[in-house]
Design a protein around this ligand. Structure first.
Ligand code: APR
Length: 251
C-alpha cells in the first residue's frame, strides 16, 4: 500500500490550484502557543474575557495586560519554521496558489508566500479607536497600558476579536479560492471556529481533495479529510516536499 506521505505527494504532483488553510498549529514550532489542545492559551485564560470585542472595549487595560502584550513579545521575534517554508516551496513549484490563514503572525509572508488571505486580520498594525490612524505594532510603546495614539485614543490590534465580523474581502476571496481549488491542505487548525472552518467543506463540495496535517484528529478528520497526515507540520512538510520533488524530477 502507498504510504500516506507518498500518496499526498502524488496528489500534489498533479495539482494546479492548491490552497492551504492554516491555523495556530503551523506556528507552534515557531514558539507561538495554540489556542486549543495541548498547551493551548484558552486553557489558561477565558477567551470571552480577553478576546471578545466587548471585553476589550470595556477594559482595554486588562486585555492588553493579559493577552496583547504577550502576543507582541512572542510575535516580535517569531520566525517561520519548516511548515511555513514548505508552503512557500509549494508556491514556487507552481502548485499552491493561495494561503488562507487564521493566524495574525505574518509568518507565511515572511516565509515567501505571495498570496496570503489573513482571515482574522494581522498583528503587524494597530488602529486608534478614536481617529482610526494606523500605527505599526513595532512602533508602539508599551510603558503604559493600554498604549495610546498621539491623539490620546486607545490602540487596538488589527486582528478580529470574537464578536467581530470577518473582513468582507477576506471572507469572499476565501470562499472563492476554496470553491476553485483542486487540493486543500488543512494544516494546524482545530477547525472549531466559524466561518474559517467551513472553507474545507466548500472545497470538498466542489470536488477538491482534502489533505489534513495535524498531530490530533479534528472534526474534519473522519468527516471530509481524504488523507489525514498525523504529525507536526514542521516535520511532515519537509518529508512531503522531498517526496514531491522526487516525483516531479522523475519523467
Ligand atoms: N503542527 C500542526 N498542527 C499542530 C501542531 C503542529 N506542530 N501543534 C498543534 N497543532 C494543532 C492542534 O492539534 C490543533 O488542532 O493545531 C490546532 C490548533 O488549534 P487552535 O488552537 O484551535 O487554532 P485555530 O484552529 O487556528 O483557531 C482558530 O480560534 O481563538 C481563535 O482567533 C483564534 O484564529 C484563532 C481561531
Amino acid at each position: 500500500m502507498i504510504q500516506p506521505i507518498e500518496h499526498a505527494a502524488e496528489i500534489l504532483s498533479t495539482a494546479r490550484r492548491a490552497v492551504a488553510l492554516t491555523g495556530a498549529g503551523i506556528s507552534v514550532e515557531s514558539g507561538i502557543p495554540p489556542f486549543r489542545g495541548k498547551g493551548g492559551l484558552w486553557e489558561k485564560i477565558d477567551p470571552m474575557k480577553v478576546a471578545h470585542i466587548d471585553a476589550f472595549l470595556k477594559d482595554p487595560e486588562t486585555v492588553w495586560k493579559l493577552l496583547i502584550k504577550d502576543m507582541k513579545r512572542l510575535l516580535d521575534t517569531a520566525r517561520p519554521n519548516p511548515g511555513h517554508s514548505g508552503l512557500a516551496d509549494l508556491e514556487r513549484l507552481g502548485i499552491l496558489k493561495t494561503v488562507i490563514t487564521q493566524n495574525v503572525d505574518g509568518l507565511h509572508q515572511m516565509a515567501g508566500n505571495s498570496d496570503v488571505i489573513e482571515f482574522h486580520g494581522n498583528f503587524a498594525w494597530q488602529s486608534c479607536l478614536d481617529c482610526n490612524r494606523s500605527i505599526e505594532t513595532s512602533q508602539v510603546d508599551l510603558t503604559t497600558l493600554p498604549p495610546r495614539c498621539s491623539c490620546g485614543g486607545i490602540l487596538r490590534p488589527d486582528c478580529v476579536f470574537f464578536g467581530e465580523l470577518i473582513p468582507q474581502k477576506a471572507l469572499i476571496r476565501s470562499q472563492q479560492v476554496s470553491a476553485a481549488c483542486d487540493v486543500m491542505l488543512v494544516i494546524g487548525t482545530s477547525a472549531m471556529v466559524q466561518p474559517a472552518a467551513t472553507m474545507p467543506f466548500i472545497a470538498k463540495d466542489n470536488g477538491a481533495f482534502i489533505i489534513e496535517i495535524n498531530p490530533e484528529a479534528t472534526p474534519l478528520t473522519s468527516r471530509i479529510s481524504n488523507l489525514p497526515l498525523l504529525g507536526d507540520a514542521g516535520s511532515i512538510m519537509p518529508r512531503l516536499l522531498k517526496a514531491l520533488r522526487r516525483r516531479l524530477a522523475t519523467p
